[in-house]
Design a protein around this ligand. Structure first.
Ligand code: TXA
Ligand code: MG
Length: 329
């Protein structure tokens, strides 16, 4: 792709140009606090169709609508009473709420569903882009369907190259995992995807809360498909000390904290020198991409403790390794 299509946010004209592209029905990749999104004017069905084409995303997979404030959220979604406290506490931030939709949402955005997924991102560039464009922005993660989400502008450039009109480079995404998706449609609120907002923080407010379906076989959200967010290289989740590696195999390791024995591995990536889960989350997708590019025979990842962001990390790793042995359970 022409390098000029990546615009650094320090370029003072970049944001206004990006907003013009959105208003004209084009596609702009932009940073959020979770991952990079591939954005289009949410009320322009043709522009949204472009998102599906560029990602090779099935048209049955609905897209999140990004807004900059609560008034804008109310234009697209019908929020029940119990949503108000959540919006107050977690917005702007990595929580997506699924609620009944209004007629302002074109049906291509929701893949024909009567519900819509909405969030207010907290990344200043994402908020500025929505405000300057003057419209809500429909955006999935800016990766080809089924692959690991991008957490840097360069990741988007490598894969979606000529097919986007502009990539706004706002640096690496601070959270590095997609938003938590919470459905408020049924009687009991239900987590459809664990993510950047820890499930425990939601459970402290919502009782009861259905967290049971996180690794469901029958997807409600296509994000729940077992194999999704996947590297091309086979990935196994194996406890430290239980690795079974053939001499001839080229294997890479990802561990969330320092490991004792390195020598079996071609490459080792430590997500956090102090075992900090936030740092580990922020480094995860970049590390998966780095190892995937090395054309190894296998990627081994040590499981992380399943609390806080660790729940979302394990969810993504399990999807990545779906169809293969999960050694920790
Ligand atoms: O952090 C994020 O959520 C990022 C950034 C860009 O905001 N976006 C993201 O979008 O991860 P995407 O499309 O990659 O994942 C959104 C998930 C999909 O699995 C989709 O099926 C689900 O949200 N979803 C969207 N609308 C829905 C709805 N009405 N009901 C149930 N699931 C929905
Ligand atoms: Mg995605």
């Amino acid at each position: 792709m022409s390098p000029s299509r990546i615009a650094n946010i320090s370029d003072t004209t970049a944001l206004a140009r990006a907003a013009r592209i959105i208003r004209a029905g084009g596609l702009v990749a932009f940073p959020t606090e979770t991952v990079y999104g591939l954005g289009a004017d949410a009320e322009n069905p043709l522009a949204v169709a472009g998102i599906f084409d560029v990602k090779a995303r099935p048209r049955i997979d609905p897209i999140i609508v990004h807004v900059s404030d609560i008034d804008m959220a109310n234009k697209y979604g019908v929020f029940p009473q119990r949503a108000h406290k959540l919006m107050e506490m977690f917005w702007p931030g990595p929580l997506t709420l699924v609620v009944p939709k209004t007629s302002s949402v074109p049906s291509i955005v929701t893949a024909g569903l009567e519900t819509v997924a909405i969030r207010i991102p907290s990344h200043p560039v994402a908020l500025d882009l929505i405000r300057t464009s003057g419209c809500a922005i429909a955006a999935p993660s800016a990766n080809p369907f089924g692959y690991v989400s991008p957490t840097e502008a360069q990741h988007v450039a490598e894969q979606l190259s000529d097919s986007v009109d502009m990539i706004l480079d706002g640096g690496p995404c601070p959270i590095g995992l997609e938003s938590t998706i919470l459905s408020l449609v049924g009687v009991i609120p239900c987590i459809l995807r664990p993510g950047g907002t820890p499930v425990e923080e939601l459970a402290a407010i919502l009782q009861p809360l259905d967290t049971g379906n996180i690794v469901s076989k029958l997807p409600q959200a296509p994000g729940q498909l077992q194999r999704h967010y996947a590297t091309l290289t086979p990935l196994d989740i194996v406890e430290e000390g239980h690795e079974d590696i053939k001499q001839t195999d080229k294997v890479g390791l990802i561990s969330y904290k320092p490991v004792e024995r390195h020598e079996k591995y071609e490459t080792v990536i430590i997500l956090s020198e102090t075992g900090d889960m936030r740092e580990a989350a922020a480094n995860l997708f970049r590390s998966l991409r780095r190892l995937d590019a090395l054309k190894l025979d296998k990627i081994i990842v040590h499981p992380v403790p399943e609390k806080g962001l660790g729940i979302a990390i394990m969810d993504r790793l399990r999807r990545c390794s779906a169809g293969r042995k999960v050694a920790d359970s």
